[in-house]
Design a protein around this ligand. Structure first.
Ligand code: SF4
Length: 263
């Protein structure tokens, strides 16, 4: 057995689709979604990933939306063996996503090492707070796509509901300082009606001083759960204009997978 093949993974699902967010939107992507999350974002569209579940699932044919169950935890080597029929080598990217994948750094490392050699770029999609987990996997990643969470809409799992969560800026800045060693870094800020200019300006200032060549994606929230409205185009464009004074590559990119009805 090769090293790491027996690492246990709490798996949610594996499926083939097109990347629906950020800089790589539209590229063919094999998603490997891991279970467990320690944040609670107001707009989260995958609350089913918050707790590891007894079973994960793997799509039976590329883009079919039909899945075969697998009992958790599944060994990393067994996941890779079970997804080979989805032709990872014919995808532009593999996305290791969640939930929060860095709650399982050994699993991310084992999967990234195996999937990267098959050809696609390996992207980690993370909430961008677990710096030690990132250190453990960074040498196997081509792209780090991290969120910069705003306390106006996001709380830690352990925060009391209705309280005022502490800002995430310090933890994100420490994470970005490590992530900048990756070949490519994308920082995504989900903007809602609750997001304040002050917290977005603070995020932009910290990105600019820590890794100014990282791309910044301002993503208008996709209404879901308690979130009913998205911010106006006027506001988004004004935020982008301000961010461009400090960061060279700033984009306004909404989620596209809900538009085409894809997973
Ligand atoms: S970090 Fe991701 S999975 Fe966790 S609550 Fe936020 S949106 Fe949902």
């Amino acid at each position: 057995m090769s090293a790491g093949a027996d690492v246990p993974v709490d798996l949610v699902e594996v499926f083939s689709s097109a990347q629906g967010e950020g800089l790589d939107v539209g590229r063919s992507t094999l998603f490997v979604r891991l279970g467990g999350c320690d944040l609670r974002c107001a707009w989260c569209d995958s609350p089913g990933t918050w707790k590891p579940s007894p079973q994960g699932r793997i799509e039976t044919a590329r883009g079919s939306g039909v899945f075969e169950p697998h009992d958790n935890p599944v060994e990393a080597g067994a996941i890779v063996d079970a997804l080979l029929h989805l032709e990872p080598e014919r995808h532009a990217m593999v996305s290791l996503t969640g939930g929060e994948p860095l709650l399982q750094p050994d699993a991310v490392r084992a999967l990234a090492a195996r999937l990267g050699v098959l050809g696609p770029e390996v992207m980690l999609e993370t909430h961008g707070l677990h710096v030690e987990g990132l250190r453990a996997v960074l040498d196997h990643l081509d792209v780090v796509s991290m969120d910069w969470k705003l306390a106006s809409d996001v709380r830690r799992e352990t925060d009391a509901r209705g309280g005022t969560p502490a800002a995430f800026h310090d933890a994100h800045e420490a994470f970005l300082a490590v992530a900048r060693a990756a070949p490519r870094v994308v920082v995504k800020v989900v903007v809602t009606q609750n997001s304040t200019d002050e917290e977005i300006d603070a995020a932009v200032a910290r990105i600019a001083r820590t890794h100014p060549s990282a791309a910044l994606v301002l993503q208008p929230v996709t209404p879901f759960a308690a979130v009913r409205e998205r911010p106006s185009a006027e506001r988004l464009l004004a935020l982008a204009r301000r961010a461009e004074r400090k960061i060279e590559d700033v984009r306004v990119v909404p989620q596209t997978h809900p538009l085409i009805g894809a997973l």
